[in-house]
Structures are given as structure tokens and as C-alpha cells.
Ligand binder design. Structure first.
Ligand SMILES: Cc1ncc(COP(=O)(O)O)c(C=O)c1O
Length: 392
């Protein structure tokens, strides 16, 4: 059996997989089983924040692996404490962190925090937005405001209420509302930034009514938006925010960060793996690298250049696209319909530039935050050829 037959025979068929098997990478360039190079505008769905084959990250992981990988959270993990301090400092909040292993798991932790917060006053409902995406566990699926995810897997836990937009969240507040959970830029839903003034108004209203604001920063966090969190860009201070994806640069780690520092008590929550030596060391190193490129101004320059190139492609193919959208290095081409989106996605893969599908007929791009100018140029050259081929 070749590797594709082996995969098909033994791995459950939950993904629409392409027959491309990457073997190695250098920053935003990946090489497949035939040695062909691909420009990576997807970074493993927003994960490879410091690129592929990053020497500093690899050295830190190798060093850590040779000493100790895991001890359990029954013992103090020095690098986890240092990572938590760094996350809190970067967030600008007076907060504490719980480490998990994925975005969904981080959001589960946030949901539990909100449930505990509301417990004494009989409040347990969490309002989420239509078109949102919060994960694939039973509770986070139900939190996801898209009906298509709710078929087949019920019954679900009670307590999730959906709002059409930020203004509607205020209308949906009732006596049982404990929290509202939002993605400030909806990722899977279509790279849709929420309106800044509406978000600030929502944050102020929730505070007044003692309802928690949870920012799901699983996709927007860790400098993806240009700031450490999108919350910073929106000038809001959520009570809870969650991270995952880019935090470990590919090593699985998630985080729940909350200003309600005493809410979780001994025994309330736990994880066997969460924030172990390996993932915490990886995340700590990722944050060191990303803080440097943020503070040097390089990240802002990369964002500006990438957005400009994306705007040029959008303008060059008016029969395909309505425009470009996004925040930071979370960007999209707004295709006119799903057929065009599909055609661009297929052609892009043929031209060897990796882009992602997302809601609203959008072609999504989440390149590594370390992507070079040359890689951006080559990626957009290839995307241009893909669009030319799709523009028939
Ligand atoms: C905003 C958001 N929340 C949660 C998740 C779930 O993260 P994970 O796949 O790590 O469980 C995702 C994943 O796409 C996401 O984009």
C-alpha cells in the first residue's frame, strides 16, 4: 500500500484530504513527497505562527525533550509558570491562566468558568453569535451558532442562546444569562471583523449587568491580528479569553485566561497534558520570537504588504471577487459565489499556494507571521495564475 492507501485504510474519513503529503518546510515554504515547493498562506489553519522548520523553536523543543517532557500538573512546572506570566503581561490584564491542549478544550474551560460564575444567581446561559465557530466537542459544538453543526450529535447541553449580531446580544440577555462569547473576527465564518463601536458598547453593557464577556481568541490571538489579542485592538478587556492555534507554533496547547482569578478553585478543572514542559517551552519560545517581530515593527510591515498584495489581486479580478477583507494576517478574498471560491481553491492548490475555505464564499489566508517578502511575492504570483485560470 502507498501512503495514501494506508491513510484511507486506517484513518477515519473525517477530513476531505488532498493527496499531498508534506515532508518538511522552511518558514512559509513547504515541500511535499515529490520535493515540490508550496507557498503556505494557511499555516496549518493558523497554527505555524513562526513558520516551518524554525531553528529557534526546534532547538528549544529538542532541548526540552532531552531533559523532561511531562511531569503532570501535580508538580510545579517552571516553564508553565513563566509562560503564564508572559501571556498575562502581553494581555495587559490582571489575570491568571489555565492551560489546555486545543481551542475547543480552552473554550470548554471558559464555558465552565461562566457556569460557575452564574451558579449562585441561577444564571447559566451563554449567548453566542450566529455564524460563530467555537469547536467540535459537544458543548463547543452547541456554542457554535451554526445549525449545520448541530445535526446528528444531540442531545446537547442546555444553555446556549444565539444572537444575530452584537446588538442582538443585548436583546437576548435575560435573567439566566451568565456570559456572552464572541470571536472578534469570525474565522471559520468568513474572516468577518465585528464592528468596533458595537463591540465596545457590548463590553460596557455586559460589565454594567455583571455578565461575563468571553473573547474566543483561538484564531485571532497570539499576534494574528497584529496585536497580542484582537481584544487589545478593539480596546476591550474581556473577563475571559481563550488561545490555542498559533500559541505553540504547532505543538498542541490551549489557554484560558481570566481576570476572575479566584473563580476556579482546587478540583474545579484539570488536564493531564495541559501546559506540560514540552508545550509550555514551545509556546514560551514562540512568544519570544513573535514579541521580537512585533516590537521591531516587522509584523506591522508584513501585514501592510500582505494586505496590499491581497487588495491588488482582488481589484485585478473583479469578475471573481467583491473585495478583500480581514485584520492583521487573517485575510480573505471575497469570492462572488461558492463556485468561484471552489475554483480559486482548486486552482491555487494546482499552482502550489495553500489557501483555505471559509464561510461567505471567502478564500481565507492565515500565513505564518514570519512570512518573508519574497514568499509573499511568490505566493501572490501563484495566486494570480490561479485566478487567471479561474477567470474564464
Ligand atoms: C475561533 C475558534 N475557536 C475554537 C476553535 C477550535 O479549536 P481546536 O480545533 O483547536 O479545538 C477554532 C478552530 O478552528 C476556532 O477558529
Amino acid at each position: 500500500m502507498d501512503i495514501f492507501e494506508l491513510d484511507s485504510a486506517f484513518v477515519l474519513h473525517t477530513y476531505a484530504r488532498r493527496k499531498i503529503a508534506f515532508e518538511r518546510g522552511e518558514n512559509a515554504t513547504l515541500f511535499d513527497q515529490n520535493g515540490d515547493d508550496y507557498i503556505d498562506f494557511a499555516s496549518g489553519i493558523g497554527v505555524n505562527s513562526v513558520g516551518h522548520g524554525n531553528g529557534r523553536l526546534a532547538a528549544a523543543i529538542a532541548d526540552q525533550a532531552s531533559k523532561i517532557i511531562h511531569s503532570s500538573n501535580l508538580y510545579t512546572i517552571a516553564i508553565q509558570a513563566r509562560l503564564a506570566e508572559r501571556v498575562v503581561r502581553l494581555s495587559g490584564l490582571d489575570a491568571r491562566v489555565f492551560f489546555a491542549n486545543s481551542g475547543a478544550e480552552a473554550n470548554e474551560g471558559a464555558i465552565k468558568l461562566a457556569r460557575k460564575y452564574g451558579q449562585n444567581s441561577g444564571r447559566f446561559e451563554i449567548i453566542t453569535l450566529r455564524n460563530s465557530f467555537h469547536g467540535r466537542t459537544i458543548a463547543t459544538l452547541k456554542a457554535t451558532g451554526q445549525e449545520k453543526f448541530h445535526a446528528r450529535f444531540g442531545p446537547f447541553p442546555d444553555g446556549f442562546v444565539y444572537a444575530a449580531d452584537t446588538e442582538d446580544v443585548l436583546r437576548k440577555i435575560g435573567g439566566r444569562t451568565a456570559a456572552a462569547m464572541v470571536e472578534l473576527v469570525q474565522g471559520e465564518g468568513g474572516v468577518l471583523p465585528l464592528d468596533e463601536e458595537a463591540v465596545r458598547n457590548l463590553a460596557a453593557e455586559l460589565k454594567k449587568r455583571d455578565i461575563l464577556l468571553i473573547a474566543d481568541e483561538v484564531q485571532t490571538g497570539v499576534f494574528r491580528s497584529g496585536e497580542f489579542t484582537a481584544s487589545i485592538g478593539y480596546s476591550i478587556e474581556p473577563d475571559i479569553f481563550t488561545l490555542a492555534k498559533g500559541l505553540g507554533g504547532g505543538v498542541p496547547i490551549g489557554a484560558v485566561v481570566t481576570t476572575k482569578k479566584e473563580l476556579f478553585e482546587y478540583g474545579d478543572h484539570a488536564s493531564t497534558f495541559g501546559g506540560n514542559f514540552l508545550s509550555a517551552r514551545a509556546a514560551y519560545t514562540v512568544l519570544e520570537i513573535l514579541e521580537e517581530i512585533k516590537n521591531s515593527g516587522k509584523l506591522a510591515r508584513t501585514i501592510g504588504y500582505f494586505a496590499r498584495k491581497n487588495g491588488e489581486i482582488s481589484a485585478k479580478y473583479p469578475r471573481l471577487f467583491l473585495g478583500e477583507a480581514g485584520v492583521g494576517l487573517m485575510r480573505a478574498l471575497i469570492a462572488k459565489d461558492d463556485l468561484i471560491q471552489q475554483a480559486v481553491l482548486e486552482r491555487a492548490h494546482k499552482e502550489r499556494v495553500l489557501v483555505l475555505r471559509s464561510g461567505g464564499s471567502r478564500v481565507r489566508m492565515l500565513p505564518p507571521l514570519t512570512i518573508s517578502k519574497e514568499e509573499i511575492d511568490l505566493g501572490f504570483q501563484r495566486l494570480d495564475s490561479a485566478c487567471r485560470a479561474a477567470d474564464f
